[in-house]
Design a binder for this molecule. Structure first.
Ligand code: GCO
Ligand code: CA
Length: 252
């Protein structure tokens, strides 16, 4: 039994029917966790579960809309029938690139609900069970935009900055119950969310030049930080962020 062993642990990863979320779920499952796959689209959730099961992992569907309070409470009550969660990864998020002078209130609300409010709703539902069992792990997917702004990403940047502070707020209230709450901050990774940027040769070239590692990250390179923060190896790490960005935030 290594420090990183997640055998016997149940992990919910929100927004995990694809992209970074699916890679995080795969990483936790590879270290023994039983993973619950979440997304708004039941079909995509089922497909992701089948993919992970075909790889020999323990995966089950938990489709519900993390932006809708009633859906979260219903969905969480259903999965909590089988007992408290050991691990929650608040990964769900969207990107809407628009100059702040053009942003509509609907778009602003949509981004904040998906990226920030969802984490509060799901964590608020998961925490009582974690408190009762005397342990829990909550991990939030942050971003470079938890630290730095970039033109046309105002709503997303504000949401990811807020999410970093929600990590610290949850740490403040739940650390005494042996719940560790931390963040993972991805740099530029090739996913559906960043596809338009990867295909833009000028932007992609900028990312490669601005990243000390000289390349885009691969989503599988995020799993290690998630396994560390989900395991006993991080039992005294709380309110922190691990940036997985090829050095981008460290170097001008
Ligand atoms: C953008 C990208 C970034 C990445 C990621 C970086 O428009 O610059 O979408 O926001 O998605 O969040 O950490
Ligand atoms: Ca348990």
């Amino acid at each position: 039994m290594t420090l990183f062993d997640l055998g016997g642990r149940r992990a919910l990863v929100t927004g995990s029917s694809g992209g970074i979320g699916l890679e995080l779920a795969r990483g936790l499952a590879r270290h023994g966790a039983a993973v619950l796959i979440n997304g708004r689209d039941p079909g995509k959730v089922r497909a992701a579960v089948q993919t992970l099961q075909a790889e020999g992992h323990e995966a089950r569907p938990a489709p519900f809309d993390v932006t809708d309070e009633a859906a979260v409470n219903t969905g969480m009550q259903a999965l909590l029938q089988d007992g408290p969660l050991d691990i929650l990864v608040n990964n769900a998020g969207i990107q809407r690139r628009v100059p702040l002078t053009d942003v509509t209130l609907d778009t602003w609300d949509e981004v904040l609900r998906n990226n920030l409010t969802s984490a509060m709703l799901v964590s608020r539902a998961a925490a009582p069970g974690m408190i009762a069992q005397g342990h829990g792990k909550i991990i939030c997917t942050l971003s470079l935009m938890s630290e730095l702004g970039r033109r046309t990403t105002g709503p997303y940047t504000a949401s990811k900055g807020g999410l970093k502070m929600l990590v610290k707020a949850m740490c403040a209230e739940w650390a005494e119950h042996n719940i560790q709450v931390n963040g993972i901050g991805p740099g530029y990774f090739e996913t559906d969310m960043t596809a338009p940027l990867v295909q833009d040769e000028q932007f992609s070239g900028w990312v490669r030049a601005r990243t000390p590692a000289g390349r885009w990250g691969h989503p599988r390179e995020l799993a290690g930080a998630a396994v560390f923060l989900a395991s006993d190896a991080s039992s005294f790490v709380n309110g922190q962020v691990i940036y997985v960005d090829g050095g981008m935030l460290a170097v001008l």
